[in-house]
Design a protein around this ligand. Structure first.
Ligand code: NAP
Length: 469
């Protein structure tokens, strides 16, 4: 994939970049190692000060940065600006909490025949971060803020269609005061990932992206015995039960499906509606989806901009066509408009069956698949039949149903009467084909740390039979 800024509103290529050479990549990894040596010796207080300075820069540059993201991948300008604010908050969250999350812990020293015993978290070193274009700042920040606060350094291989946002990120932390080389952008294609991850100096990798990219990176990391965190695709269920507030559910369902022009891993994608309220909910949902304004993402009135790439639009068109050819019904949308750009209208598809691609695949655009469930059991069964397990939404005012859903949905998150979103305070990640490991919260910062056991005694006698481990 060429490294270019291409405006998805017009399809026009605005800027093209050369990929780094092998020598340039080698030098960047060397700088990352140097920066790691320096960074791991700094205090939390120092790193917090730099991280707060990065947050201040984001706040100050919100307008330009927001416009840049909109230009490169088509999200609405208001959403892009909100993303910048969210990133500044995450920087401050880790500036405030990293020290506590990574504090040394003690265990009862006598119980292990020591005078002092416990654990500490050490950073691992340079970490490769392979990131997607859909939240081009936020996805990278979810890695960068905790990683740098832990004392790791970062090498960002961003998606090839957001190079200018990537370059901004590559400068940000140095401008905020972090040592040169602590966080660098490598403008490279995905074909360079194997060599970078195989380099002994790179200690771990995180990927946010598709299932295919996840399998590839996990295979390389497995061969190289390197720790990975994988944040992959999702096909989140949105279950609507009879006690739900249907107006509110339809309104939130529309936002949950069409946020970020339908291109969010945690967008609600499968709407599973109890038969008792199926017709009423679907009518309301079709009305709210149809009422959205599709247009130029720079305009304040626009709700849904273009898909980020031409291929992305082709993919959802093919998924809808496949469903229709097998008997599904398009209740609204379903046909792209005339004109330039990769626009696709908010679409609701009903009468889906298990043989359709939409049933099992992730649909990465503003297309909602609706399923009818005869009971709570059937709703949970449909929800859990997906190969993915990222987030899950359920709407009910019945406490017993709520408890059951919280316990039985196979997903990394369950949101009752609200839409799945990410908070720095809560862990984020998935199960099944949505990947493994967690970002955000205390769990996120600990992923790329060495949890070191510390034992201090007098004379080396651990009190344990030397024939055991
Ligand atoms: P993608 O094609 O997998 O690309 C993501 C990143 O991986 C890009 O930097 C890409 O580089 C690189 N890449 C692609 N194939 C690779 C390979 N075989 N080996 C190494 N690197 C590779 O995904 P996308 O289309 O950008 O993003 C959409 C996907 O990301 C969706 O499935 C979405 O659900 C998922 N996502 C998940 C989360 C989460 O937190 N779980 C969040 C956001 C998005 P190039 O651009 O150079 O190809």
């Amino acid at each position: 994939m060429p490294i270019t800024t291409t405006n998805p509103v017009t399809g026009e290529v605005l800027k093209t970049f050369d990929a780094l050479t092998k020598e340039q990549i080698d030098a960047a990894i060397g700088r990352s190692v140097e920066a790691f040596r320096e960074l791991r010796g700094t205090t939390f207080a120092q790193r917090s000060q730099w991280m707060r300075a990065a947050a201040d820069l984001l706040d100050k540059e919100q307008d330009e940065l927001g416009a840049l993201m909109t230009l490169e991948m088509g999200k609405t300008l208001s959403a892009a600006k909100a993303e910048v604010t969210k990133c500044a908050k995450a920087c401050r969250f880790y500036a405030d909490n990293a020290e506590q999350f990574l504090a040394d812990e003690t265990v009862d020293a006598a119980s292990v025949n020591a005078t002092q015993a416990g654990t500490r978290y050490d950073p691992l070193g340079p970490v490769l971060a392979v990131m997607p274009w859909n939240f081009p700042l936020w996805q990278a920040m979810r890695f960068a803020a905790p990683a740098l606060m832990a004392g790791n350094t970062g090498l960002l291989k961003h998606a090839s269609n957001v190079p200018q946002t990537a370059l901004y990120l590559g400068e940000l932390f140095g401008r905020a005061g972090f040592p040169a080389g602590a966080f660098q952008t490598l403008l490279v294609g995905s074909d360079a990932v194997e060599d970078i991850l195989s380099d002994d100096r790179v200690r771990a990798a995180t990927l946010t992206g598709s299932e295919g990219a996840g399998r590839s990176i996990a295979a390389i990391a497995g061969r190289e015995l390197k720790k990975t965190v994988l944040e992959l695709g999702g096909s989140d269920p949105f279950i609507v039960l009879p006690s739900a507030d249907l107006d509110k559910a339809a309104e939130v369902a529309t936002t949950a499906r069409c946020q970020n022009n339908g291109q969010s891993c945690i967008a609600a994608k499968r709407f599973i509606v109890h038969a008792e309220v199926y017709d009423a909910f679907v009518d309301k949902f079709v009305a709210t989806m149809s009422a959205l304004t599709v247009g130029d993402p720079m305009d304040d009135d626009t709700d849904v901009g273009p898909l980020a790439t031409e291929q992305g639009r082709t993919d959802i068109e093919e998924q809808v066509a496949d469903a229709v050819s097998k008997g599904a019904t398009v209740r609204c949308g379903g046909v792209r408009g005339d004109g330039d750009g990769w626009f696709y209208p908010p679409t609701v598809v009903t009468d889906l069956t298990t043989d359709m691609r939409m049933y099992a695949e992730e649909v990465f655009g503003p297309v909602a698949g609706v399923y009818r469930a005869g009971s709570l059991d059937e709703a949970i069964e449909i929800a859990n039949s997906s190969p993915y397990g990222l987030g899950s939404n359920a709407w009910t005012n019945d406490p017993q149903e709520r408890d059951r859903l919280i316990r039985t949905l196979d997903a990394g998150a369950v949101f009752i009467n609200g839409m799945v979103t990410s908070f720095p305070q809560l862990p984020f990640g998935g199960v099944k084909n949505s990947g493994y490991g967690r970002e955000l919260s205390a769990a996120g910062i600990r992923e790329f740390c060495n949890l070191k056991a510390v034992w201090v005694g007098e004379g080396g006698d651990t009190g344990v039979d030397s024939k055991t481990e």
